[in-house]
Design a protein around this ligand. Structure first.
Ligand SMILES: [Zn+2]
Ligand SMILES: [Zn+2]
Length: 355
């Protein structure tokens, strides 16, 4: 089967690999349908590593994906306990926790130190034709969801988890710094969760436009202009919740500066330089609560409910601006890496039947 592998920094290759092995107990063999390209893929593409994790061998990228069941095994049930059958479409949660450790037992599988994650070295990801995944990581997709929409349930889960962990209350004012797909999803979910206002900022005007269409008071900004705009719009009070989703180290400091006294700051983005800076005196004086968001937990069923139906509350397909076949996956990654004009989300579609 074909796969797109990262052989080193900025070295993507289309390779012919052996077929995956037969699925073991509790596993299913799936045919990949669509894969979203994510900021973390771009970090790995640029440097060959993420957060210090690095692969010595060429490895397959891709962790946001939908798939079709090819073969199931005895007793294979999805993440909500439903039987899985060949031909069904599913979204796959790429995070596989051990299920037995202290964190898993306390209900925080996203913090499991013994986990593996499809598409983060050394575990191969989804930019390939077929793979074996745990049945419990699969979630059945309703007919109203596209393959690409199914892939985007992963970043949507991160956005939902961020909103959960920000302890958003109805009536709060929220600022979101960075309107990549996760930032835009956070603005939408914050509004659905009862935020009175969501102020959203990005340097790329097409992202700002979509954030605005989805209900945010969105602004195109340079440098630290967002801090002044928040001051003006809140009469210097600041926001209840500031969410950093820009993956830039200076935006953490901006979030600290725009939060109100007693406010909350959530860090979602992964900085390429693996550092961030903020003014600790400001954070301390304000008595801020800082939360670092680690992936997600228990989000797929809620995300599916919000993103499906004739008029979904979260229309995931609107994020998908660029679609490429597997053999052109390198172009998808390049387009995302260059912040190509108009690009919100690049998706690699492996199946022609429905994108
Ligand atoms: Zn991602
Ligand atoms: Zn565990």
């Amino acid at each position: 089967m074909r796969a797109i592998q990262l052989a080193g920094a900025r070295q993507l290759e289309l390779r012919e690999l052996a077929e995956p092995p037969a699925p073991g107990p509790g596993e299913v063999l799936v045919e990949v349908l669509a894969v979203g390209i994510c900021g973390s893929d771009l970090h790995m593409y640029e440097t060959g590593e993420i957060g210090g994790l690095k692969s010595e061998e060429p490895f397959t990228l891709g962790h946001e994906f939908s798939a079709r069941i090819v073969t199931t095994t005895e007793g294979a049930v999805d993440g909500t306990g439903r039987d899985l059958e060949p031909g069904q479409r599913v979204a796959v949660d790429p995070h596989v926790a051990c299920g037995h450790c202290e964190q898993c037992r306390e209900g925080n599988p996203n913090l499991c130190p013994h986990h593996y994650f499809f598409g983060v070295a050394p575990t191969h990801g989804a930019l390939c034709e077929r793979m074996v995944v745990p049945a419990a990581n699969c979630f059945l997709l309703p007919d109203s969801m596209s393959n690409a929409g199914g892939a985007l349930l992963e970043p949507m889960g991160v956005a939902l988890h961020s909103v959960n962990y920000s302890r958003l209350r109805p009536g709060d004012t929220v600022a979101v710094v960075g309107c990549g797909s996760i930032g835009i999803l956070i603005t939408r979910l914050a509004l659905l969760g009862g935020a009175a206002r969501v102020l959203a900022f990005d340097r790329l005007p097409w992202r700002v436009e979509l954030a605005r269409k989805w209900g945010a008071e969105a602004h195109t900004v340079k440098g630290d202009e967002a801090v002044g705009i928040v001051g003006d719009l809140t009469r210097s009070r600041g926001v209840d919740v500031a969410v950093e989703a820009a993956s830039a180290d200076e935006s953490v400091g901006q979030c600290v500066d725009m939060a109100r006294y007693g406010g909350r700051v959530s860090l979602v983005g992964i900085s390429a330089a693996n550092t961030f800076s903020m003014n600790p005196a400001v954070a301390r004086r304000k008595g801020l609560t800082l939360r670092l968001i680690r992936r997600m937990k228990h989000t797929y069923p809620r995300c599916i409910r919000l993103a499906s139906g004739q008029q979904p509350k979260v229309p995931l397909d609107e994020l998908v601006t660029h679609v490429y076949p597997l053999e052109r996956a390198a172009e998808a990654i390049d387009a995302a890496f260059e912040y190509r004009e108009g690009l919100i989300k690049a998706v690699v579609a492996l199946s022609r039947d429905r994108d």
